[in-house]
Design a protein around this ligand. Structure first.
Ligand code: ASP
Length: 330
């Protein structure tokens, strides 16, 4: 391959367990800059692949803010405009991988694939999964079928859609799943195969972010205190995590009504890991009653992802009606 038709994969390193080791002073697992070593190992296994490395950050993923996720998305979008770049692999901590992946899916406007991966075991731990996950992600990125697939998560040989994927296990190698959705593809026998298209989020690409959006989990007996607190602290939008098909305690209803009357978009999601919210129940606090009061139903999105979508919708200066439309087919 000569330098004029050289094709590269951009590998972004953002941090995570994949590059951490066990520390003898703190007796815990900490960031340890193992990424360069990991890339050396990758190059030994895949010498034919040209890699452009971007050390974007070295953050445990719970430290990554939505503002940083958005910046990462814009950086990758710019990188993908380079004709010699085929796609991007993003190495990320698994704790909030689903949020960053969903942000990339909603923001990056490119036909080139983005594959997000990480590791459940720290570098040097028996059964380390980091190298394998990166190898499979690079292969997925190189697969001609991955064009126009948008952003995907690849963990433990499975390819998942960011829209559906959640971290369902805190420590298992097979930590991610798409409850109710299933895999988009697999790494099997050394090859990548796709069995369906990822659940993409339409063609609308967001152009800004408003990070003052809170996610409030409602509890039994809730009287709306956290909703009021959020509003008084200047939230520009609120996502409420209610119960079942989208129902909240009656004591919280007046706080929701006051918030909506002030023009603050309030999105309702469910704490259930499968299914969504629907206008079924008309009792006080039921989804149907709340819809009549102007709440926005968050469909099948979970709380963290509905929050990302609301941040982008408000940040892109969408009107209340436009925000409602966006949540109809997130
Ligand atoms: N706590 C780590 C993180 O999200 C977990 C991981 O990378 O798997 O950064």
């Amino acid at each position: 391959m000569d330098k004029f038709n050289k094709r590269e994969i951009a590998i972004y390193f953002t941090g995570g367990t994949i590059s951490m080791t066990h520390d003898s002073e703190t007796f815990g697992v900490v960031p340890a800059s193992k990424f360069p070593k990991l890339i050396e190992e990758l190059k030994l296994v895949m010498p034919e692949v040209s890699i452009r490395l971007i050390y974007w950050s070295d953050l445990p993923s719970p430290h990554i803010t939505p503002g940083q996720m958005y910046r990462l998305a814009k950086d990758i979008e710019l990188m993908l405009e380079d004709p010699s770049i085929l796609g991007a692999v993003v190495i990320h901590g698994t704790d909030v991988m689903e949020e960053t992946s969903y942000m990339l899916e909603l923001v990056v406007d490119s036909p080139k694939p983005i594959v997000v991966t990480g590791a459940m075991r720290y570098y040097g731990e028996p059964g380390y999964d980091g190298l394998r996950n990166i190898i499979c992600s690079v292969k997925a990125c190189l697969s001609p079928e991955s064009r126009n697939m948008g952003t995907m998560i690849l963990m433990a040989d499975r390819i998942l859609s960011p829209h559906e994927a959640i971290k369902v296990h805190s420590s298992s190698l097979n930590a991610f799943d798409s409850p109710g959705g299933g895999s988009v593809g697999f790494s099997e026998g050394g090859h990548i195969s796709f069995i369906r298209r990822p659940c993409n989020t339409g063609s609308f690409k967001f152009k800004g972010i408003e990070t003052k959006v809170d996610l409030v989990k409602l509890n039994t007996g809730d009287e709306g205190n956290f909703i009021r607190f959020s509003k008084e602290n200047g939230a520009r939008g609120i996502v409420l995590e209610g119960f079942g098909a989208g129902n909240i305690p009656s004591g919280a209803v007046s706080a929701v009504e006051q918030t909506i009357k002030q023009g603050i978009p309030v999105v309702l999601v469910t704490c259930c890991i499968q299914g969504g919210v629907y206008p079924i129940y008309a009792y006080p606090g039921g989804g149907k009653a709340l819809l009549c009061k102007g709440i926005i139903l968050g469909g099948r999105l979970n709380g963290p992802k509905a929050r990302i979508l609301l941040m982008l919708a408000i940040g892109s200066n969408l009107t209340m009606n436009e925000i409602k439309e966006i949540f109809k087919s997130p």
